[in-house]
Design a protein around this ligand. Structure first.
Ligand SMILES: *[C@@H]1O[C@H](CO)[C@@H](O)[C@H](O)[C@H]1NC(C)=O
Ligand SMILES: *[C@@H]1O[C@H](CO)[C@@H](O)[C@H](O)[C@H]1NC(C)=O
Ligand SMILES: *[C@@H]1O[C@H](CO)[C@@H](O)[C@H](O)[C@H]1NC(C)=O
Ligand SMILES: *[C@@H]1O[C@H](CO)[C@@H](O)[C@H](O)[C@H]1NC(C)=O
Length: 666
């Protein structure tokens, strides 16, 4: 028997711990390496619309009236004379998502964009409108349907703020003075947060937003400052650069989603002008996540900085692989450690069942194979304490396997008592216990579900049924010679248990169905499920236990009190009742006592089982009757000891009345 000591399980924990820290440190090295070898390269793209090989239309999204027009992009209509020039709106945006912040890491991008754009007024007109913006919005960009005129292609209403998917952040280059715009000048730049009413504005000289200009817009993640600088470098008027800036709220969640679209919008109304983009460059410190643009990455990478694009994608995958791998490894280790601990605890508990016996412990596998997986065909009996299967072990050794039903407390006290009691017997009239087996559905959780522990006892197979069947169920009559042999067999077993075992063993459940027969009609006492070991070294040390047993065969003294002192005399009583049943066919002590008292002359033939048809040895029959009646005497002190009972059966003569020291071996 292998007992897993606490030291062994400690060793298991230490080994698992070493493995765990090794893997952790290994992972650490991999992560550090990835971080130092390739510092996160920025997201970057640039388009020069004057150079057809410097951009790809796949990278651009045009909405509304926006379109590529020769060497520039017109955001609104390009024909100044046509009617469609009025109430136009359009957007051009980058056709890939741009990460702005990462909720899981808390990182926020810094970005910078520079673009050369033009606003051209219509010759000979003093009225102009409405302006152009650079915006960030939900990806992909969606041009609001009713956003022409002073709504700048940003929003459907000037009265409300955009919410949800419609939110935006924009820098406006506005040429028309609306009621919500700064007074005094139609031309101004401003910062718009989901509304055309700017949070920050800078007034410009009238008609200064006329011609080609350069704007640079930056966002710095540490200060959350969004700033736009406008240079009038390509225009004829030599104005100083204009700026507008604001600090965006922290966090950015309320303002924009983590991934955004970036681009330009513009609109015209009853007044009109041209809004054009010549070139555009954009950089961000946050690389696009490979996962979000699985199919687009190659195109994007081909047109813009191929090496960097691929590095971003691979690195993103690497990181998630490393993190995913670490999580899996950690989980696996937890499971492994838990398994080791559970297994150690389980085997320790399992083996403790067998402590103090020299019985063999069978593996569940062996027991299950022997009984064809406890198939119904192999079932040979079922009692109050378990189901019994016949089976055959590897060496063709026939066995009976008793699957112990758990008692209400989910414990196996009776099982242990049986192991203990039977394990020490070695008598021909006691069913031999070959070993035991203990299994569990799932050892991982056994400490949570102790009642799932299953216990099995492996007995020698006693092939010829039990006494109850032979007396009452089988057609052939059990002859007296066989009955007498059975009586002596049971007596001998009880004599052995009561007097030759130290400490004495009480069976406590003697009844015909617990008396098994082999082909030679040798009786074998089985089912010690209820037996207890009585500490029987002195007269007073009788154990107390809840009265158990089968009612008909149970000592009335036990029935009366419930809690009783268990004595060998209770077994003697049950033995007497069984004898009456063997000789008379029924166990009716009162009737037989009456017969014995009233008709002493004809008593023997009246009492004998009618099935025997007078075929019996009169002397033997008389001895059994006398013994049976005295054994089931209601006065405990009149019952004989098993030693005296055996002497009487063998030799006849006087049946000595019980004496106080009946317990002592002769
Ligand atoms: C046009 O763009 C390509 C690709 O960016 C570049 O190699 C080429 O020099 C550009 N041509 C001019 C005239 O700028
Ligand atoms: C700002 O961007 C830098 C990269 O340029 C990054 O290392 C840093 O973590 C960012 N800071 C915040 C607060 O996101
Ligand atoms: C983006 O980065 C490139 C090179 O890294 C640089 O040439 C360009 O000026 C940058 N653009 C902006 C808008 O900062
Ligand atoms: C706008 O700019 C053009 C070209 O520089 C100029 O001819 C025109 O007079 C300007 N318009 C106004 C209203 O200042």
């Amino acid at each position: 028997m292998v007992v897993v000591s606490p030291a062994t399980s400690r060793l298991g924990i230490i080994l698992a711990g070493c493995l765990f820290s090794f893997l952790l440190s290994h992972d650490h090295v991999v992560i550090a390496h990835a971080a130092t070898a390739s510092p996160a390269p920025p997201l970057s793209f640039s388009f020069d619309f004057a150079n057809t090989s410097d951009y790809s239309l796949q990278d651009l999204r045009f909405e509304g009236d926006a379109a590529l027009n020769g060497d520039l992009v017109d955001l609104t209509c390009n024909s100044v004379e046509s009617k469609e020039n009025y109430y136009c709106k359009g957007r051009m945006s980058y056709n890939h998502p741009i990460p702005l912040y990462d909720k899981s890491t808390g990182e926020v991008a810094s970005f910078a964009t520079t673009f050369i754009f033009a606003i051209h007024l219509i010759p000979n007109r003093t009225k102009k409108g409405d302006g152009l913006t650079f915006f960030l919005s939900t990806y992909p960009s969606r041009l609001p349907p009713e956003s022409s005129s002073n709504l700048l292609g940003l929003i459907s209403s000037s009265d409300t703020s955009a919410v949800g998917e419609d939110r935006f952040v924009a820098v406006e280059f506005d040429t028309y003075s609306n009621p919500w715009d700064p007074t005094g000048a139609s031309d101004h730049i401003g910062i718009d947060l989901s509304s055309v009413t700017s949070v920050s504005t800078t007034r410009l000289p009238s008609y200064s937003l006329n011609g080609t200009m350069t704007a640079t817009i930056t966002f710095v993640n540490t200060t959350r400052t969004l700033e736009a600088i406008l240079h009038f470098d390509y225009s004829n008027h030599s104005l100083a650069a204009a700026r507008v800036k604001t600090q965006l709220p922290d966090p950015l969640d309320a303002l924009l989603p983590p991934v955004v679209a970036v681009g330009f919008s513009a609109a015209t109304g009853g007044n009109t002008e041209l809004h054009q983009i010549h070139s555009w460059s954009f950089n961000s410190t946050m690389a696009p996540r490979a996962r979000e643009t699985p199919t687009e990455t190659p195109t994007w990478a081909n047109n813009v900085q191929p090496e960097q694009g691929q590095v971003h994608a691979t690195k993103g995958r690497d990181n998630s692989l490393i993190i995913g791998g670490a999580v899996v490894v950690a989980l696996a280790l937890v499971v492994i450690i838990w398994s080791i601990l559970s297994w150690c605890r389980w085997t320790r508990t399992r083996d403790s069942f067998g402590t103090g016996t020299r019985l063999k412990r069978f593996e569940y596998r062996e027991v299950s194979t022997a009984t064809d997986g406890f198939s119904d065909k192999k079932k040979i009996g079922a009692g109050g304490f378990g189901v019994v299967y016949s089976g055959s072990l590897k060496a063709d050794q026939p066995v009976a396997v008793k699957k112990i039903l758990k008692d209400s407390r989910g414990e196996f006290k009776d099982f242990l008592a049986e192991l203990d009691a039977v394990g020490r017997t070695g008598h021909g009239n006691v069913v031999r216990l070959e070993g035991w087996c203990c299994s569990i559905n799932n050892f991982m959780f056994w400490c949570l579900h102790r009642q799932n522990v299953k216990l099995f006892l492996v007995y020698e197979l006693v092939p010829n049924g039990n006494l109850h069947e032979h007396l009452h169920e089988r057609p052939e009559v059990l002859s007296w010679a066989r009955r007498y042999k059975i009586v002596k067999g049971i007596g001998s077993a009880l004599h052995y248990l009561h007097h030759l075992c130290k400490p004495c063993i009480l069976h406590r459940d003697i009844k015909p169905s617990n008396i098994l027969l082999d082909h030679d009609f040798n009786a074998k006492l089985g089912d010690f499920g209820l037996s207890r070991v009585a500490q029987y070294d002195d007269d007073t040390s009788l154990i107390t236990a809840v009265a158990v047993g089968t009612v008909d065969y149970m000592d009335p003294l036990c029935k009366k009190h419930g809690q009783v002192k268990l004595r060998p005399s209770s077994d003697v009583y049950s033995f007497g009742i069984v004898l009456l049943e063997i000789l008379h066919g029924e166990n009716n002590p009162d009737l037989l006592r009456k017969l014995h008292r009233d008709q002493p002359e004809t008593f023997v033939s009246d009492a004998a089982d009618k099935k025997l048809d007078g075929q019996f040895d009169k002397i033997e029959m008389e001895r059994v009757i006398v013994l049976a009646l005295q054994c089931c005497d209601l006065d405990e002190s009149q019952r004989p000891s098993m030693a005296a009972a055996m002497l009487f059966l063998e030799n006849g003569g006087e049946l000595p009345p019980a004496t106080p020291d009946r317990s002592k071996p002769p």
